[in-house]
Design a protein around this ligand. Structure first.
Ligand code: FEO
Length: 172
C-alpha cells in the first residue's frame, strides 16, 4: 500500500519537528554547558541525539516506501532561554507538542486504514510517554528541592543520573 499525499506531508512535518527538537536540545545542552550545569548539559546532549534518531527512523520509513524526505523548512531553535527551569519547561512544552503531532499521524492512519503507518507509529507513542514523564519529573524537582544555587546544583546532579540511567537502558 502506498502512502497518500496527506500522509507523506504529515510524516514530513514530523521529520522536521524531530529535527527541530534535536537542534533545540543541542542549543539547551550548549547553554547548560556554558552556564556550569554539567549534568543538565549531558542530559540535553543525549536528548538531542535521541531526537536525531527519531527523525532518522521516520526518514528511513518514508525512504523504504520510495519517498525522499523533505527537510526544506527546518527552523532555528528559539534562543531566549535564561534559566535551567525555563529550559526544562521549554523541553516539556516541546515534548507535548511532539506527542500531539504523533497522535495526529495516528488519527490520519486510522482514518485511511493505513495499518503499516499505524503500527510504525506505536513505538513513538511509547517513547513520548517516557520522554514526557522524564522531563515532567525533572520540572517537579524545582518545586520540591527549590530554586537557589544549592537546589539547582542538586537538580543538575539529578539530571546527570537520569541521563546515565537512560544510557544504561538504551544499551541493555
Ligand atoms: Fe522525538 Fe521527544 O520527540
Amino acid at each position: 500500500m502506498k502512502l497518500t499525499d496527506e500522509m507523506v506531508s504529515i510524516l514530513n512535518q514530523q521529520i522536521i519537528m524531530e529535527s527541530e527538537a534535536a537542534s533545540f536540545y543541542l542549543y539547551m545542552a550548549s547553554w547548560c554547558e556554558v552556564s556550569g550545569h554539567e549534568g543538565a548539559s549531558e542530559f540535553f546532549y543525549k536528548q538531542s541525539d535521541e531526537e536525531r534518531m527519531h527523525m532518522l527512523k521516520i526518514v528511513h520509513y518514508v525512504n523504504r516506501l520510495g519517498i525522499i524526505a523533505d527537510i526544506s523548512t527546518i527552523k532555528e531553535p528559539p534562543k531566549d532561554l535564561t534559566s535551567l527551569e525555563e529550559i526544562v519547561k521549554a523541553a516539556l512544552e516541546n515534548e507535548q507538542k511532539v506527542t500531539k503531532s504523533i497522535h495526529e499521524i495516528i488519527t490520519l492512519a486510522e482514518k485511511e486504514r493505513d495499518r503499516r503507518t499505524f503500527d510504525f507509529m506505536q513505538w513513538f507513542v511509547k517513547e513520548q510517554i517516557e520522554e514526557e514523564d522524564t522531563v515532567d519529573r525533572i520540572l517537579q524537582k524545582f518545586d520540591v528541592i527549590g530554586r537557589d544555587k544549592l537546589a539547582i546544583n542538586e537538580i543538575d546532579k539529578y539530571m546527570k543520573s537520569v541521563s546515565d540511567q537512560n544510557s544504561e537502558s538504551s544499551t541493555e
